[in-house]
Design a protein around this ligand. Sequence first.
Ligand SMILES: O=C(O)CCC(=O)C(=O)O
Ligand SMILES: [Fe+2]
Length: 337
Amino acid sequence: MASATAKGEHSKQLTETFLKLRSEALKRGLSDKQVRETVDKSESTSNGHDREWWRECQSFLTDPAHRVHIIVLSLALCVSVALVSFGLLRDYVTSTPCIVDNNIISEEMFRPKVDCNMCKDVFNVPEEKDLSAETFYEKYSFTGRPVLVKGGILDWPAMNTFNFTFFRNLYKKTKGALQIIEDDCQFFPYNTEFLTLADALNMSDDRAAFKPGEEPWYIGWSNCHEGVGKQLRKHYQRPYFLPPDSESVTEDWIFMGGPGVGASIHLDYVERPSWQAQISGTKTWTLVPSPECERVCHSFNVTVHKGDIIVVDTNIWYHSTFVHPGEVSITIGSEFD
Ligand SMILES: O=C(O)CCC(=O)C(=O)O
Ligand SMILES: [Fe+2]
């Protein structure tokens, strides 16, 4: 009943609207015939236009001459979409904090495969003493085999000068150094909350000294500030066993922190092998062959004591570190050719 009333009301409103429109048209001097013709024309134009467009589209798609273009265009579109998706996926995977530490999945997906001959019969890290440059070159250069050079640090002032306060003062007094580290170098906070090296160097003296009750910390960074690099090199030299023509990269890597887990297992993308000198404390490295070499190669640990230098190609060995209780662990290292 209610709906019948509503219907009647609706048709009454429509009739009124049409009557209003008609009288408006008449007022403007249009006859009924002219109004009808205008409405017919506009209807046929819009439908005709739509039909025309669709007909053109159909004939373009079905014309054999255009088929090749369409196939080529579709393929190009698919390839572009695939490439963009791959790039986006890789960027996403490499930049997103992941459940699996250090983006291990992305590293496995995108890294070049390792030649397993380099680790085939390596069962531990050999120890060397008084290693000459010739022996180093013959036995270890370009082999991908790690080596521990016992007592490799010879009278470096760093053994007496490097500590938390040394780095804090060096970076604070060198104008712009902390900003350059933030903009152009790398900083690894590991399990700490620090966002930048500046944050880390601003920690309280008690925390820096690992006083009981303070949060533990372990950090690493690369130094790409020229002035700081020059200062650092006053405290250490190139390892004596590197052949004279081997090139050292000017960027230094410093890892520093207290007992416990250091770097969690990861692989680097730095192209060259690295040396790392243990200035203070004791650190154990775990080296793991990459999965494609699992059947022929072995994992092992190596403990680096104060005064030793480890050489390892961190691009082909997965590695993690653990700092032993006692002195703070401080290392400095660099890549070499
Ligand atoms: O020394 C550490 O804790 C990590 C070192 C490392 O990851 C590297 O040298 O590539
Ligand atoms: Fe590494």
